[in-house]
Structure formats: structure tokens, C-alpha cells
Ligand binder design. Structure first.
Ligand code: CMX
Ligand code: CO
Length: 146
């Protein structure tokens, strides 16, 4: 079961400037930052709402750290903007396999490491009416269940 919108991924050229826009305009503060080398991004998670990790959702601001990263490629083609949406689930492995069985391309054989110790995978945008879709099981859910 997909239980919530975990985050919206937004691609930007300048992470610090984009973080400052969200702070100055909406009052959203940075909850977490990290570099994910595998994904080729430096990212800031801005937490919105929710009183704990189970209820919150995030904006994930993404700046490429390599020319050949997927986000760099996307920015060169589209400019800044919404890059993907991410649904939260307690069990990304089962969700991914159920969705694969429906004929949607799941990009990774096994979920990979995402923000804040989460496990993530992606569905091909061409199989999702143009929306790059991520499935996420947060570290909080993982540790509560295992
Ligand atoms: N949203 C919607 N459509 C997208 C897209 C996106 N974010 N990225 C690519 N596409 C479309 C392209 O427009 C293109 O369509 P056309 O053929 O009609 O022009 C098609 O998909 C192929 O795109 P491409 O530019 O040739 O790019 P690739 O096939 O090399 O890569 C994808 C596309 C989805 C496989 C790749 O971006 C990917 O592996 N994404 C998952 C990983 C990721 O996005 N990581 C960054 C975020 C990390 C995080 O969230 O933690
Ligand atoms: Co994401």
C-alpha cells in the first residue's frame, strides 16, 4: 500500500539559492542535507507538516554534482522544475514487485539508498503518463518494522 506523498523532487541549478527562496518565501527550513554520490546529487530536504517522520512530507531540492547525473541531464533539457514525485510505503520491495507485475518498468532490480537512510526505487516516466515516480520506505518505517 502506498500511504502518502513522501516528497516532491525539484531539480535546481543552485541548491543554496533555491533553499534560500523556500526559506524567505514560505518559511520552510532545511531539515537535512546530504550528497548522494550514486544518484549524482546534492540535496536538501525541507520538511513540511507532520509531527513525526511518519506524517511529514518533504520537498527534495536536488542539485547535480556530476555532468553525467540524471538530474544534470534533465536540467539541461528542461530547466529547473518538478523532477519527480515520491510515494511512501512501508514495504518498497513488495510494492515494486507488484507494480512490476503490472507491466510498469521498475528501474532498479533492488531498492537503493535514498535520503536519510531510506530505501528507494523508481518507475519509468514513460510508463507513468510522463511522471517519474519514486517509491520510498523511510528509515523510520524500516526500523519500526524490522
Ligand atoms: N520526468 C518525466 N519524464 C522524464 C524525466 C522526468 N524526470 N526524465 C526523463 N524523462 C523522459 C524524457 O523526457 C525522455 O522522453 P522523450 O523520449 O519523449 O524525449 C525519456 O524520459 C528518456 O529520457 P532521457 O532524457 O533520455 O533520460 P534517460 O532515459 O537517460 O533517463 C530515467 C531517464 C528516468 C531512466 C533517469 O532519469 C533515471 O534513472 N531516474 C531515476 C534516478 C533519479 O532520477 N535520481 C535523482 C533523484 C534521486 C532521489 O530522488 O533521491
Ligand atoms: Co526523490
Amino acid at each position: 500500500m502506498l500511504t502518502r506523498i513522501d516528497h516532491i523532487g525539484i531539480a535546481c541549478h543552485d541548491l543554496d539559492a533555491t533553499v534560500e527562496f523556500y526559506r524567505a518565501t514560505y518559511g520552510f527550513e532545511v531539515f537535512h542535507t546530504e550528497v548522494n554520490e550514486e544518484q549524482g546529487v546534492r540535496e536538501a530536504m525541507l520538511r513540511i507538516n507532520g509531527t513525526d517522520d511518519g506524517g511529514a512530507s518533504y520537498l527534495q531540492l536536488l542539485e547535480p554534482v556530476r555532468e553525467d547525473s540524471t538530474v544534470a541531464k534533465w536540467l539541461a533539457k528542461n530547466g529547473e522544475g518538478v523532477h519527480h514525485i515520491a510515494f511512501g510505503t512501508a514495504d518498497v520491495d513488495t510494492e515494486a514487485s507488484d507494480i512490476r507485475d503490472k507491466g510498469v518498468r521498475v528501474l532498479y532490480e533492488e531498492p537503493r539508498r535514498g535520503s536519510m537512510g531510506s530505501r528507494i526505487t523508481f518507475l519509468h516516466p514513460k510508463d507513468c503518463h510522463g511522471v517519474l515516480t519514486e517509491l520510498v520506505t523511510s528509515a523510520a518505517v524500516e526500523s519500526a518494522e524490522h
